[in-house]
Design a protein around this ligand. Structure first.
Ligand code: ARG
Length: 462
C-alpha cells in the first residue's frame, strides 16, 4: 500500500508508479535516513509523542536495520517502494508493529529528504577533500623528484620562457587548494538542520529544533520552514565547486596530453595507464586523460540541470526537487574517480629531461632576458625590446640560438653588449634570476614545496 492510502480509492498505475519512484537512486541515503530518524525519535520524546521506553525500542530497531543494511546496502532498491524514507518506515513497522507507525508524527518526507541529503553531502565533501589532498601529495612528490627539470613554459601555446616542471606541478597544487577551500565553504553553508520544518510550515508538536540540530552535529536549525524544504543551494554549491574542480583536472589533462604528443615529447606514459589502437599498431594513447577531460562535460551538465530545475520553482516543496540527486551523485563519483586517475597519472609519468631542456633552449625563450641584459647596460626597456626583436630575426635567419651568436654580430645591433651577455642569457642563469616570490628559481620552488608540505593535507576535521 502507498503511504497515502486513505485518501485514494484506486491503486497507482504501474508505469506512473515506476516514474515516481526514487528508490533506484536515493537508496544510498539509507544510513542518513536511519540516523535522522533516531534523532527525530528523541525529539518526539521531548514533544511528548513517544515515551522514553518507546523511543528506546524504536532506536534499537533502527540500529538493527542500520547494521543489516550496512551489510546488504542494495537491499532497499529491491523493494517496490517509492523512496528510501518509505523503505525505512516500512521496515520499522514490519519489525515493531504499531509503535513503528508513530515515528512519522510531525515529520514530512519534505524535511526528511533534505536533512538526509545534507548529512550525505557532509560525508561526500569530507571524502572529496581527502582525495584532493592525495592528488596534491602526488603533485608535491613529483615536483620534489623533478626539481631540476627545465622545460619551456607557454603563452598562446607558443614557447615563452623557461620554467621548472616542478613549478608546473605546483600550479595545479594551488588550484586544488582553492577547490578545497570552496568545498569547506559549501560545507559551512550547508551545515544547518532542516528537520522539524514539517511539510512546509513547521509542526504543532513541541520540538526543540536546536537540540535536534545538535544531535546530528549541525551548527544550527534552519531559520525558515518554507526555505528549509525547498532549498537546494547546497547541491548547487557542490556542483559548481565540482565543475570548477573538473575544469582544473581537464586543463591538467590537456597540458599532459600536449606534453606527451609527438610534437613535444616531454613525457612518456608507462604501458599500464595507456591504451592502444585496434588498427594502428604504433599507437599509445592517453585515454586516461582524455576521459578526465571528457567527463568534465557531464559534471557541468549536472550543474546546469539543477539550476534549470530550480529556476521558476514556486515555494515550497515540489516533486521537481527529486531531480536533485542523480546528477549530484554522478558528479561526485565522476570527480572522485577523476581525482584518483589524475593522481595515478602524475605518479607514473616519466619525463624526457633532455628533450624538455633542449626545447626550452631552442625557442628563443631567453629573448626577454637579453632585453633585461640591455636594460642593465642603461638602455630603456622599450628600446631593448626592439633591438632584441631584430637580433631574434637575425638568429632565425642564421638558424642559431641567441647564446650561440657571435659577440661581434650582437654588437652590430647594440654596442653595449659585452662578453658577459652569454652568462646572462644562459638558461640556468635565467631560471635562477626569476627569483621573485612565486617565481621559477630553485629557491622559490623550494619555498613553495616547503609551504605545500607544511600544510597538513591529509587531515580534515568535519
Ligand atoms: N522522494 C522525494 C524526493 O526525493 C521525497 C518525497 C517527498 N514527496 C512528497 N510527495 N512530498 O524529493
Amino acid at each position: 500500500m502507498n503511504l497515502w492510502g486513505g485518501r485514494f480509492s484506486n491503486s497507482t498505475e504501474n508505469n506512473f508508479k515506476k516514474f515516481n519512484q526514487s528508490i533506484k537512486f536515493d537508496y544510498i541515503l539509507v544510513k542518513e535516513d536511519i540516523k535522522a530518524s533516531i534523532a527525530w525519535s528523541k525529539s518526539l520524546v521531548q514533544g511528548k509523542v513517544l515515551t522514553n521506553q518507546e523511543q528506546i525500542q524504536i532506536e534499537k530497531q533502527l540500529n538493527i536495520l542500520l547494521k543489516n543494511v550496512t551489510e546488504q546496502p542494495n537491499d532497499p532498491k529491491k523493494m517496490d517502494v517509492e523512496d528510501i524514507h518509505t523503505w525505512v518506515e516500512k521496515k520499522l513497522v514490519e519489525n515493531l508493529g504499531e509503535l513503528g507507525k508513530k515515528l512519522h508524527t510531525g515529520r514530512s518526507r519534505n524535511d526528511q529528504v533534505t536533512t538526509d541529503l545534507k548529512l550525505w553531502c557532509r560525508i561526500q565533501i569530507k571524502n572529496l577533500i581527502k582525495n584532493i589532498c592525495n592528488f596534491q601529495n602526488q603533485l608535491v612528490e613529483k615536483a620534489e623528484t623533478t626539481i631540476d627539470v627545465i622545460m619551456p613554459g607557454y603563452t598562446h601555446l607558443q614557447r615563452a620562457q623557461p620554467i621548472r616542471f616542478a613549478h608546473w606541478c605546483l600550479a595545479y597544487y594551488e588550484m586544488l587548494e582553492r577547490d578545497k577551500s570552496r568545498l569547506k565553504d559549501s560545507l559551512h553553508r550547508l551545515n544547518t538542520c532542516p528537520l522539524g520544518s514539517g511539510a512546509l510550515s513547521g509542526t504543532s508538536w513541541n520540538i526543540d529544533r536546536k537540540a535536534l540540530a545538535d544531535n546530528m552535529n549541525f551548527n544550527a536549525p534552519t531559520n525558515n520552514s518554507l526555505d528549509s524544504v525547498s532549498d537546494r543551494d547546497y547541491v548547487i554549491d557542490i556542483l559548481s565547486t565540482a565543475s570548477i574542480g573538473m575544469m582544473h583536472l581537464s586543463r591538467f589533462s590537456e597540458d599532459l596530453i600536449f606534453f606527451s604528443s609527438n610534437e613535444s615529447n616531454y613525457i612518456n606514459f608507462p604501458d599500464d595507464i595507456t591504451s592502444g589502437s585496434s588498427l594502428m599498431p604504433q599507437k599509445k594513447n592517453p585515454d586516461i586523460l582524455e576521459l578526465i577531460r571528457g567527463k568534465c562535460g557531464r559534471v557541468y551538465g549536472a550543474l546546469i540541470g539543477i539550476l534549470v530545475t530550480l529556476k521558476g520553482l514556486p515555494l515550497a516543496y515540489n516533486k521537481d526537487l527529486q531531480e536533485d540527486k542523480e546528477g549530484l551523485i554522478d558528479a561526485i563519483n565522476t570527480w572522485n574517480n577523476s581525482l584518483n586517475m589524475a593522481s595515478l597519472v602524475i605518479k607514473k609519468i616519466q619525463l624526457n629531461k633532455t628533450i624538455c631542456y633542449q626545447s626550452a633552449q631552442e625557442s628563443y625563450s631567453n629573448a626577454t632576458d637579453l632585453a633585461d641584459y640591455l636594460v642593465t647596460k642603461g638602455i630603456a626597456f622599450r628600446n631593448a625590446h626592439y633591438i632584441v626583436g631584430k637580433i631574434v630575426l637575425k638568429a632565425i635567419d642564421m638558424k642559431v640560438t641567441l647564446e650561440k651568436m657571435n659577440l661581434n654580430i650582437l654588437k652590430q645591433f647594440c654596442n653595449v653588449i659585452e662578453n658577459d651577455v652569454f652568462q646572462y642569457i644562459a638558461i640556468e642563469k635565467i631560471i635562477q634570476n626569476h627569483n621573485t616570490y612565486g617565481g621559477v628559481s630553485k629557491e622559490q620552488v623550494l619555498i613553495a614545496l616547503r609551504n605545500a608540505k607544511k600544510k597538513n593535507n591529509t587531515k580534515y576535521i568535519l
